[in-house]
Design a protein around this ligand. Structure first.
Ligand code: PLP
Length: 393
């Protein structure tokens, strides 16, 4: 079958691929520890589940407006006001089937053939693919490890061309866990204002912050930056609701209208009961969110310490999200692997530890470990890594 050219270069998500492989090995009886998943290991809080059940029992199982239930948009607006001090009207918000689909829809309505989107490396795997699917061209800037993998004003300026439409800022970052400070965002934002570059601010890990670091949305820095930014967020990571598929975009009403029109021809609407659940997520107690954050932070502190004690591994201490992004180049070389991809493969086959190779994020010397799993399993996984390195030197 001859497929469309636009899917010719499409590669499946590395993260989902490694998770699938780990699950397959588990089903075959292997004692696999999967650190590939990008989802919290906690159950969705009960009051959220109850709200979904109640909505189903009340017969609220029909189509909703394409851009989301008005009552949910109200809660999203209240959340943005409460957490970021930002005010958005209903026509400046679209509820989508996860943050991923908010981004997908955004690039579809934003990009013409050849329009450029600046993507900092290391990047979340879907950004380049989504940009390409919309006919755009990803332009990469390398966030270097010495600068906590963050891009600088000079790098941004150098990457901007006449074709630049947007830049993606993902803070806290998947995969690095690094967080931009308010000053850094302000400086980058000024460049975007000067050159008329739209900012796509992916804030999906906003609630998972550690070590006293603070999340700042670039949109809250000034009214001009708010105008220049489309905020992307959702409940997948904050409320442990990955499977419910609810996210949102907030920003310029013209962009949101185009996204809503496109959604009306693609998804029709995000699942109605998941939307009712999300109303409860935003209007109810935020205590479970904080409890999950605390649990992540406790794991992070222990596991990061253990990891950096392994010879050949260096790792910045993440400030947010739930990933560690160690540089394992030296360990890979010491164990006779030709590159980090091979190190990852051998770790899975020889020690049954599944991690994601950094090459999928544009950083081939690193690996991504998710600590969204129990401390016991995390400790065993790190011990197995240590064992792999020691026995193969
Ligand atoms: N943005 C980043 C940086 C992510 O890591 C993810 C999920 O892994 C998403 C967006 C998508 O989130 P959702 O599950 O709401 O589609």
């Amino acid at each position: 079958m001859k497929l469309a050219q636009r899917v010719g270069t499409l590669t499946p998500s590395t993260t989902l691929a490694i998770t699938a492989k780990a699950k397959e090995m588990k089903a075959e009886g292997y004692d696999v520890i999967g650190l590939g998943a990008g989802e919290p290991d906690f159950n969705t809080p009960k009051h959220i589940i109850d709200a979904a059940i109640q909505s189903m029992e009340a017969g609220l199982t029909k189509y909703t407006p394409a851009g989301g239930l008005p009552a949910l948009k109200k809660e999203v607006a209240a959340k943005l006001k409460r957490d970021q001090g930002l005010e958005y009207a209903a026509n400046e918000i679209i509820v989508t089937s996860g943050a991923k689909h908010a981004l997908y829809t955004l690039f579809q309505v934003l990009l013409d053939e050849g329009d450029e989107v600046i993507i900092p490396i290391p990047y979340w795997v879907s950004y380049p693919e989504q940009v390409k699917l919309a006919g755009g061209t990803p332009v990469f800037i390398e966030g270097i490890e010495a600068n906590e993998f963050k891009i600088t004003v000079d790098q941004l300026k150098a990457a901007i061309s006449e074709k630049t439409k947007a830049v993606i800022i993902n803070s806290p970052s998947n995969p690095t866990g690094m967080v931009y400070t308010k000053e850094e965002l302000k400086a980058l934002g000024e460049v975007c204002l000067e050159y008329g570059v739209l900012i796509v601010s992916d804030e999906i890990y906003e609630k998972l912050m550690y070590g006293g670091h603070e999340h700042v949305s670039i949109a809250e820095i000034s009214p001009e930056l708010k105008e220049q930014t489309i905020v992307i967020n959702g409940v997948s990571k904050s409320h442990s609701m990955t499977g419910w598929r609810i996210g949102y975009a907030a920003g310029n009403s013209q962009v949101i209208k185009a996204m809503t029109d496109l959604a009306s021809h693609s998804t029709s609407n995000p699942t109605s009961n998941a939307q009712y659940a999300t109303i409860a997520a935003y209007s109810g107690s935020q205590e479970p969110v904080e409890e999950m954050r605390k649990a992540f932070e406790q794991r992070l502190d222990i596991i990061h310490q253990k990891l950096v004690e392994i010879p050949g591994i260096t790792c910045l201490k993440p400030q947010g999200a739930f990933y560690l992004f160690p540089n394992v180049k030296e360990a890979a070389t010491a164990t006779g692997c030709k590159d980090v991809d091979e190190f990852v493969e051998r770790l899975l086959t020889e020690e049954q530890v599944a991690v994601v190779p950094g090459s999928g994020f544009g950083a081939p010397d690193n690996i991504r470990l998710s600590y969204a799993t129990s401390l016991d399993l995390l400790e065993s996984a790190v011990n197995r890594m240590k064992n792999f390195i020691e026995t193969n030197q």
